[in-house]
Structure formats: structure tokens, C-alpha cells
Write a protein that binds this ligand. Structure first.
Ligand SMILES: [Zn+2]
Length: 135
């Protein structure tokens, strides 16, 4: 998955895109470990994390994502894990074992409204993040 997949979700997730605009997330922390760039955010009362993988931080890097909200667990953890885009899969064993037929019948890769809000922030602050994480 790429950042743009969160920024422009499929039409079925249009309500999540709209809901995401109510949030004003903030960047909590950034770190580099080898070719992994980790950014954590505060979004509402939840914690969101994005991990970019690449030699340098780029917009089209593959990303793995995490949010501490229930929707992320019930609707997205399973499908994200199938797409190798779930950060901390060990925390979502139950969601991964169960197919989310009821909660996410589309079974399309995406993220909760918090992840979408943080993707927008990341996109808007990308120059700043690149400078910060290149150290
Ligand atoms: Zn969430």
C-alpha cells in the first residue's frame, strides 16, 4: 500500500474520507531504523503510526499502518495484513484469523478515518518530514 491509497480511497470509503476531515491530527514522534521510517501521530483519542520503507523517505514508498481505534481492528486489520500493509500484526491475531465479512464486505485495502486524516497531514508536511528523517 502507498500513502496515496489512503488519500484517495475507493468510493465505498467516501464516508470515512468525509469523517476524516473532522480531525486535526498532530505528529507525535519520528524515528529511523535502517530503511524503515516510523512516524507516530495523535488523532482524536487514538494513536496512529505509519512506517515507510525505502532508502530515503519518498511519497511512493510502501507503507504499513496502525491505528488504536476499534474500526481499524474490526474493518481493516485483516485486509491490511493480507496486503502486507499491517504494522504490528501480532497485536491483531483475532482480527487476522476472522474474515471481516460483516464489518468490511468490500474487502478493499484502506484505513480508518484517523489513518486518512494522518495521511493528509503526512502529505502536507512531507518536505518537513523528509528533512527531519534524513538525519
Ligand atoms: Zn482509527
Amino acid at each position: 500500500m502507498k500513502l496515496k491509497d489512503l488519500l484517495t480511497p475507493p468510493a465505498m470509503y467516501r464516508d470515512k474520507l468525509n469523517d476524516s476531515r473532522k480531525y486535526r491530527p498532530s505528529i507525535n514522534n519520528t524515528s529511523v531504523d535502517g530503511n524503515h521510517f516510523l512516524i507516530s501521530y495523535n488523532c482524536g483519542s487514538y494513536t496512529v503510526e505509519f512506517q515507510f520503507t525505502g532508502d530515503t523517505l519518498k511519497l511512493d514508498d510502501d507503507i504499513k499502518i496502525y491505528c488504536s481505534c476499534p474500526s481499524f481492528n474490526f474493518e481493516f486489520a485483516h485486509i491490511l495484513n493480507d496486503d502486507d500493509a499491517l504494522l504490528y500484526p501480532e497485536s491483531f491475531k483475532k482480527a487476522i484469523d476472522n474474515t471481516p465479512t460483516k464489518k468490511n464486505r468490500y474487502n478493499l485495502v484502506g484505513g480508518c478515518k484517523h489513518c486518512i486524516a494522518c495521511a493528509r497531514l503526512t502529505y502536507n508536511k512531507f518536505d518537513l518530514l523528509q528533512r527531519k528523517l534524513r538525519r
